[in-house]
Write a protein that binds this ligand. Structure first.
Ligand SMILES: O=C(O)CCC(=O)C(=O)O
Length: 258
């Protein structure tokens, strides 16, 4: 499966500009039909959480229309990073996923809220997994801070996930943790992990970039830099089968002891 990572900057609190920017990025991304395309976290508003009542997307209507249009126009599978979604008086950090006909595959609300960036004060947490098949991969959607919760990933792996996609706004001062956690989740679940981070800064943080693709052995097979960049890679489910055959860690578990 061919994958395109759209590592972009996000303009703080300005959805109109961010929508325009993404349209431009798609134009120059040289996308091929049936590819998987991935955006970063909160690409519409950034972390302007205090202004969510003014700028969040009511019921995600605008984002869903836009992402469906892009998926159909470019004939790609699209994991649409995440957007700030308003549901009456409540706000969520929500991923939408589309197929090449522009049909929605599903949505995911970020489950673990990141206190350091005040998500707990402004957002509500989701409580459901999102798993779906694209080509021969069983994909789980996670968002940024979810990466710190191995139990959550293991639960998805036990539901047959073998590719984890993690859109993020991960700050640069914890770049080491970003890379190591992506690798750890890949190794312990013998799965691919793809992290798509934003670049640039907002009033509180500078973001790390370094979007990463990690193979089921934990090897980094693609790493982007610290500027806007379009990353491309081909991944194969044969690698998952081979690594699980060589080291059958799933069947060697002793759940009765844990
Ligand atoms: O866990 C971290 O260090 C970063 C998490 C984060 O930035 C987020 O969830 O938005």
């Amino acid at each position: 499966m061919e994958v395109t990572l759209l590592q972009i900057d996000v303009i703080f609190g300005d959805p109109d500009q961010n929508y325009r920017h993404i349209e431009q990025v798609f134009k120059k991304a040289d996308l091929k039909p049936e590819q998987l395309v991935i955006l970063p976290e909160l690409w519409d508003t950034g972390y302007d959480l205090a202004r969510l009542p003014q700028i969040a997307d009511e019921n995600g209507v605008r984002a869903q229309k836009f992402l469906a249009y892009l998926a159909k126009k470019y004939q790609v599978y699209l994991i649409g990073g995440s957007v700030a979604r308003q549901n009456t008086a409540t706000f969520f950090n929500t991923t939408y996923v589309y197929d090449p006909d522009g049909m929605k595959i599903g949505s995911y609300d970020k489950v673990h809220l990141f206190r350091l960036m005040r998500e707990d004060q402004f957002l509500s947490a989701g409580n459901k997994t999102l798993l779906f098949d694209i080509h021969d991969f069983h994909i789980a959607c996670d968002i940024c801070y979810d990466l710190r919760f191995p139990e959550w990933f293991r639960k998805q792996a036990s539901m047959q996930a073998n590719l984890f996609v993690v859109p993020a706004q991960w700050p640069i001062q914890r770049l080491d943790a970003w890379k190591k956690l992506l690798q750890a989740r890949a190794i312990e679940n013998q799965s691919y992990v793809i992290g798509v981070n934003r670049v640039g800064s907002d009033p509180d943080n500078q973001f790390a970039g370094h979007s990463l693709v990690v193979d089921p052995l934990g090897k980094v097979i693609k790493e982007l830099g610290e500027s806007e960049e379009i990353g491309k890679i081909t991944i194969s489910s044969d690698e998952i089968i081979a690594s699980r055959k060589e080291i059958p860690a799933f069947s060697d578990r002793r759940p009765e002891l844990y």
